[in-house]
Write a protein that binds this ligand. Sequence first.
Ligand code: NAD
Length: 356
Amino acid sequence: MAHKIAVLAGDGIGPEVTAEAVRVLKGVRDDLEFEEALVGGAAYDAVGRPLPDATLALCRASDAVLLGAVGGPKWDHVEPAELRPEVGALLPLRAELNLYANVRPAKTLRALLMASPLKGDRGLVDLVVMRELTGGIYFGRPRERRDQGNTAVDTCIYSRHEIERIAVRAFEIARQRRHEVVSVDKANVLETSRLWREVVDDVAKQHQDVKCSHMLVDNCAMQLIRDPQQFDVILTENMFGDILSDEASMITGSLGLLPSASLSEAKNGRVFGLYEPVHGSAPDIAGQGRANPIAAILSAAMLLKYSFQDNAGAQRIEDAVDAALTDGVRTADIFEKGTKLVTTSEMGEAIVRRLA
Ligand code: NAD
């Protein structure tokens, strides 16, 4: 039976890079069925809402979701703000689809080591940040201004259940990698962090084949620059993960290369997830064939790995990307002297040709 993938291309370079991701997926498997739906500014223009009901319904009826990017200057001043693409589409998508586990790999591609801001081989990282995405201080109540606006309150809340399910995910992913989890918190100060540590230790007992340790978030921020190769899977809460995943991804040097997955509970025995590049809609280069589709293509590889347990398919895509880069094929953002400059679709083609 065909698996259904919802394709939400979105705005700016979203449609350009997503088309290449779909092309690569078709090159690897012939049992996938793709259905497109509107999201973001494109949906707002068409039907007046950035996340139409039909789009959400399609996501729910699909086995996985492939997202491009949303937003752009055209919609930055839409009122009310809830109708703007980022607020009105991305946040509700995460909440409605219960996408509580954000997986952000940061892996340096050897051919692009030069782009890393870290010196020499130190920039050669291969780690995953597992960020809790639907709890913590970004969602806790009360959140308000008090005393005629002179005092502000945000609330950080975590329950055992929320910590447990993300921790289990992190240990499962570590099992597919180098079997190490570093859980990051601020347990010397925060009560939520002390609960976090307690629950992670409990989950670790059920995953004794995975090495588990704890690190304070300030130390982790430092260690990521000092010695990023020490990390395999970094497990952390929402806000710390927001910051650390950006820091970790910059070590690889290229925004156009970074994929991500946001995962929910298993559905029909399969992990349900939304897969998207880390970058935004890049309105400055949209429609010019200059966007790098690799982040979207590697997001498609994550889709195969996490939603369909197709590690071989994912590996084929990753190897093809590596091969294209090693052969000197480059979009404008990673171009250097002596390499071959190509367009977005030529990069997609080059990768498809190298699928083993
Ligand atoms: P951006 O990631 O879109 O662009 C930052 C810079 O990186 C730009 O110079 C852009 O040209 C370049 N860039 C990004 N992706 C690239 C690619 N694949 N290939 C080559 N170059 C690439 O971030 P921004 O400019 O801050 O945001 C633009 C819009 O995207 C905003 O409306 C923002 O809200 C939105 N955004 C959406 C998402 C999302 O959909 N998940 C994420 C971030 C930003």
